[in-house]
Write a protein that binds this ligand. Structure first.
Ligand code: PMT
Length: 217
């Protein structure tokens, strides 16, 4: 980790969940803590990179030397990612909500006591990674993450082509990757699959950043 040198490189990282409002007091979200993305941002900064971290709502301190942009929703994250370009590398670790409520209620939806439930209509959120990959300002190295509960490598391989990323880093969230402190990363690229051992998230981050530094060298 210490020998990776990313001086002069701008690395754009997304992390955490997004919160998609239903009404002023309720939202749709997921179990991402931001730990893996923040560890990657910290490792990139330690390697000398200029780091922009676009973060969903998390309870983590900003790593030293990292420029953090806080967002709440997927649409805000998409705007912040675009505003942070150009970048040499993008690493999309955020667990972006795939869907949001079709119509955010302006007032708190009231329980009326009749036992009837409010209809919750969902619409698809923008795919930030796929949009970035198709953009004319696409960073030379774009890395996506894939949180899977089954057939981890197969799904990651499919995602590589579908999203247009250079690497997809797969992790098995059936166990402990989401919210926990350890992770097992499988780096899937056109060159094949490199599986790292199960590691604390900061060590997994250092290993990934070392591989990024090698790829740019
Ligand atoms: O935050 P932690 O608790 O440390 O947990 C880390 C993690 C498990 C959340 C992380 O390692 C991880 O796997 N992040 C991606 C989770 C995910 O939801 O993947 P996905 O299969 O939905 O999306 C694939 C890729 O597309 C990701 O790079 C994602 O950031 C991106 N994406 C997805 C949907 C969308 N609308 N826009 C996107 O950019």
């Amino acid at each position: 980790g210490c020998r990776s040198n990313l001086t002069g490189k701008h690395i754009l990282i997304t992390a955490g969940p997004t919160h998609e409002p239903i009404d002023p007091v309720r939202y749709i979200a997921n179990r991402s803590s931001g730990k893996q993305g923040y560890a990657i941002a910290a490792a990139a900064a330690r390697a000398g990179a200029k780091v922009t971290l676009v973060s969903g709502p998390v309870a983590l301190p900003t790593p030293p030397g990292v420029t953090r942009v806080d967002v709440e929703t997927a649409r805000q994250m998409a705007t912040a990612v675009e505003a942070a370009l150009p970048a040499d590398v993008a690493i999309m670790v955020a667990a972006v909500a795939d869907w949001r409520s079709a119509g955010e209620a302006a007032r708190k939806i009231k329980k009326d006591g009749s036992g009837s439930v409010p209809p919750l209509q969902l619409v698809e959120n923008p795919d930030i990674l796929a949009t970035l990959c198709r953009s004319d300002r696409r960073p030379p190295l774009v890395i996506g993450f894939a949180a899977e509960t089954n057939d981890v490598i197969d799904h990651a391989t499919a995602k590589l082509a579908r999203k247009g990323a250079d690497w997809i880093v797969a992790n098995d969230v059936a166990t402990h990757a989401m919210g926990g402190n350890i992770n097992r990363l499988h780096i899937v690229s056109a060159a094949g699959v490199e599986s790292l051992p199960e590691l604390p998230k900061d060590a997994a981050a250092a290993a990934l950043i070392e591989k990024v530094a090698h790829a740019l060298a």
